[in-house]
Design a protein around this ligand. Structure first.
Ligand code: NAD
Ligand code: 3PG
Length: 530
């Protein structure tokens, strides 16, 4: 039974799939301190959070069973990603579920700041009928600068067009073509700061974006600018903004996020007449909360059940078209790694992977992670190695990883060959997916074979002599070992050969020792693939 801890308020409906899963027990404990989390996290396999819980290195260290931290939302700045990667804890987020909601909140804030709605509301409910103090501005015809043209920034730009705004966008990944397609003007921070009437930021908080709008930008800013931040506190320098508002450079600002949350009671934004605020509500709609919780629950289940998953933050993302090609090979790749690792004596120095066929035409890095996981898990334990930390662990152990791509596959549409080199030996295995049959090992060292990579296998190297199959069968039968499938591969008649047996259960070391004593049998090795 997997145990999942939900430590922030997350939609009940959204996590229903987890609650209903027969192999999962969900506990909800919100508002815990770091010490309290450290005390209990050891019993959990997964932790689900929003932005409140700070998932620190201490918590990960105490999470001896922790396999995944799921963030029901986008920003993962509350999670120590470095610590997670080192411990092989997968961090996933739900990047799409709150895009529209946050975009709509940005609009609500932009309109509220343009028309002084919160200030006017306060006066009106306070008994004052003040129609003179709140002269607003239209959005129509104004320049809106959008910093960060990702998911939310792009949606904001689309809606701003409907308001008749002229959109100037800045993003290091925004190309002329995409800007043209979106109908916006590709700009720099400086262009936007000097020319825009409204400005909204939609970047993550990184060392580069921290205080990207600060004193130097306010000094050259167009007078009367209105600024919205529904992304992350710290992208806009808060103190510099207050100064700029006091000097009349900034006509108004709307902030959903703060450098420190919640802000201190004497934070200068809270009483400033030109600055309106909300308590990090960007993603807080029924729809978004359900969406992100559903997305994150599905991926957490996949991870716990050792199935392929999406949206890992501490792994490079896999584009959908690449994933559809690679996904069928993930399990095969891992099993090839495990198979060849069990064959190889001595400490592994180098793992070489050759991808052939259509596979070689896409970025195979994600698949390589599975293969390396298979190789390392045999020695380090499958609990400790996963696709997040496999490359990191290999590097830590000075294992060199070489990947070759060859577009022409010799005998199969696609194939993967894994070669392990140690000081003692070099062993090779090739696998493919056979249409109608599924994954197959098709070559072991220099011998062609056709073996399903699963269950308990015995690999025997022997001389190609009459009667050897019979004597192996007899010995195993006498020891109560039933043979489910058998494959023999040889180079030349009468030369050296291999035999791969699939047996119904594990065999004892004694049986293996007995096998090796048979005439013309050179080596026998049990290989377990699950
Ligand atoms: N207020 C909320 O409740 C709320 C809700 C959802 C998301 N967010 C935050 O909004 C932000 C954007 O979310 P998203 O889903 O659109 O993310 P995204 O990853 O789709 O977009 C971020 C964009 O920022 C760009 N970027 C990175 N560095 C930049 C720089 N120096 N200058 C300009 N652009 C830069 C990236 O290239 C990317 O296109 C994130 O910080 C996220 O955490 C806040
Ligand atoms: O990054 C996000 O997804 C937002 O900041 C939302 O955070 P929340 O889940 O704590 O509302």
């Amino acid at each position: 039974m997997f145990k999942v801890l939900v430590s922030d308020p997350i939609s009940d409906l959204g996590i229903q799939k987890l609650v209903d899963a027969e192999d999962v027990a969900v506990d909800k404990k919100t508002g815990l301190s770091e010490d309290e989390l450290v005390a209990i996290i050891g019993e959990y396999d997964a932790l689900l959070v929003r932005s409140q819980t700070r998932v620190t290195a201490r918590i990960m260290e105490a999470g001896k069973q922790l396999k995944v931290v799921g963030r029901a939302g986008v920003g993962v700045d509350n999670i120590d990603l470095e610590a997670a990667t080192q411990r092989g804890i997968i961090v996933i987020n739900a990047p799409d579920g709150n895009t529209i909601t946050t975009c709509e909140h940005t609009f609500a804030m932009m309109m509220a700041v343009a028309r002084h709605i919160p200030q006017a509301y306060l006066k009106t409910v306070g008994g004052e009928w003040d129609r003179k103090s709140f002269l607003g501005v239209e959005l129509r015809g104004k320049i809106l600068g959008v910093m960060g043209m990702g998911r939310i920034g792009s949606e904001v730009a689309k809606r701003a067009k409907a308001f008749g705004m002229d959109i100037w966008g800045y993003d290091p990944f925004l190309t002329e073509e995409r800007a043209e397609k979106l109908g916006i003007r590709l700009s720099s921070v400086d262009d936007i700061v000097r020319n825009a009437d409204f400005m909204t930021v939609h970047t993550p908080l990184t060392p580069e974006t921290r205080h990207m709008i600060s004193r130097p930008q306010f000094e050259v800013m167009k007078k009367g600018m209105r600024i919205v931040n529904c992304a992350r506190g710290g992208i806009i320098d808060e103190l510099a903004l207050v100064e700029a508002a006091d000097q009349g450079i900034v006509a108004g600002a709307a902030f959903d996020v703060f450098e420190v949350e919640p802000p201190e009671a004497d934070h200068p934004f809270l009483k400033h007449p030109k600055i309106i605020v909300t308590p990090h509500l960007g993603a807080s709609t029924v729809e978004a909360q359900e969406n992100v919780a559903i997305d994150v629950s599905e991926q957490v289940l996949n991870i716990l059940r050792d199935k392929p998953f999406m949206n890992a933050v501490n792994m490079p993302p896999i584009p959908a078209n690449v994933l559809s090609i690679l996904q069928p090979y993930f399990t095969l790749g891992e099993k090839l790694g495990s198979f060849v690792s069990q064959l190889t004596e001595g400490a592994v120095d180098e793992i070489t992977v050759n991808f052939a066929g259509e596979l070689a035409e896409v970025d195979t890095q994600p698949l390589t992670r599975y293969i390396v996981r298979g190789v390392l898990a045999h020695h380090l334990g499958s609990d400790h190695v996963n696709v997040v930390n496999s490359m990191h662990l290999a590097k830590e152990r000075h294992v060199n990883i070489v990947v070759n791509n060859s577009h022409a596959a010799r005998d199969f549409t696609n194939s993967i060959t894994v070669t392990l080199r140690s000081k003692v030996a070099t062993r090779i295995v090739t696998g493919t997916m056979l249409t109608g049959y599924g994954p197959r090992i098709v070559q072991i060292d220099r011998f062609p074979v056709d073996v399903a990579p699963e269950g308990n296998l015995i690999l025997i190297s022997h001389n190609d002599k009459p009667g050897i199959i019979g004597s192996v069968g007899m010995l195993l039968g006498n020891n109560g070992v039933n043979i489910a499938a058998m494959q023999v591969g040889r180079e030349l008649e009468g030369g050296s050969a291999i035999m791969v047996l699939t047996v119904d259960k594990g065999v004892s070391k004694d049986v293996i020792t007995e096998l090796v004593k048979l005439p013309d049998l050179n080596k026998a090795k049990e290989i377990i693939l699950y």
